[in-house]
Design a protein around this ligand. Structure first.
Ligand code: APR
Length: 254
């Protein structure tokens, strides 16, 4: 089924479906953070990858071959994400976890906004911007230290052991952390609610294929729409607010 945001009937049916099949796994993408002022990657006209080539600025190849470009351009892009604050979607997802509606939240986002807004069980399959590690001795340091070194002209930033420091985000060319396998396992066991992702990037977009039931909340179309049980097109905060009100109406005790 699919519809535009305004369809109260679809919000009501989706809320009924979600209540009947709780708890769910949630998969979020950059679209859940655009209302916090962080641009997403592929929205026509505003997406970051309309302006930069990710393979050129945020890949492991660039980190090793051209650390100047990596730290001057790619790292600069990432640092913009650090100052955003959670929006209504983040807070509702944290509340839904407390109410036993969300089992676990898998995010492709590196902005930590789900953790900051109170979600406890968060799988950051593309890493995060809180720390960096040395590629020689593997020591972990706060990302602020790397920012200070880069701002002071130390490129690439170095560890005391002389090794190069790199942020703990998953770059193009990296393998995903082990929490990706955990996410796939959860997807096999419960319905999946996808919010704010174009589902263009693998292996994150394998997750919906593992799920038996899928609900998508997104402004744009995704390659998975036709296979989903419900597709609600529109702004995440508006749709999640609508679902929240409808779920409270249908089951006030949840
Ligand atoms: N509400 C709902 N959907 C939104 C909103 C919003 N407020 N804002 C944007 N969107 C939708 C867009 O229409 C788009 O389909 O969110 C989707 C974001 O898609 P992408 O920009 O491709 O982001 P994402 O799916 O998270 O990208 C996955 O690609 O470059 C890598 O590592 C990067 O984690 C990222 C991965």
């Amino acid at each position: 089924m699919s519809c535009a945001t305004g369809s109260k009937e679809l919000i009501s049916h989706t809320a009924e479906f979600l209540l009947k099949n709780k708890p769910w796994l949630v998969l979020t993408g950059a679209g859940v953070s655009t209302e916090s002022g962080i641009p997403d990657f592929r929205s026509p006209g505003s997406g970051l990858w309309q302006r930069y080539d990710p393979m050129e600025v945020l890949s492991t190849d660039t980190l090793f071959r051209d650390p100047e470009t990596f730290y001057r351009v790619g790292f600069y892009i990432l640092r913009q994400f650090k100052h955003a604050r959670p929006n209504l979607s983040h807070y509702l997802l944290a509340e839904w976890e407390k109410r036993g509606l969300v089992h676990t939240l898998v995010t492709q986002n590196i902005d930590s906004l789900h953790t900051i807004s109170g979600s406890q069980r968060v799988l950051e399959i593309h890493g995060h911007l809180r720390t960096a590690h040395c590629m020689r001795c593997e020591k972990t340091v706060p990302l602020d230290r790397v920012e200070k070194e880069v701002d002071g002209g130390e490129i690439p930033p170095k560890c005391q052991c002389g090794g190069v420091l790199r942020p703990d985000v998953v770059l193009f060319g990296d393998l995903l952390p082990s929490c990706f396998e955990e996410a796939m396992e959860f997807a096999r066991r419960m319905p999946l609610l996808v919010i704010g992702s174009s589902l263009q990037v693998s292996p994150a977009n394998f997750i919906p294929f593992a799920a038996h039931q899928v609900v998508i909340v997104n402004i744009g179309v995704t390659p998975f729409d036709a296979r989903s049980d419900y597709v609600l097109n529109g702004k995440a905060s508006e749709i999640l607010r609508g679902l929240n009100e409808e779920m409270k109406k249908q089951q006030p005790t949840v």
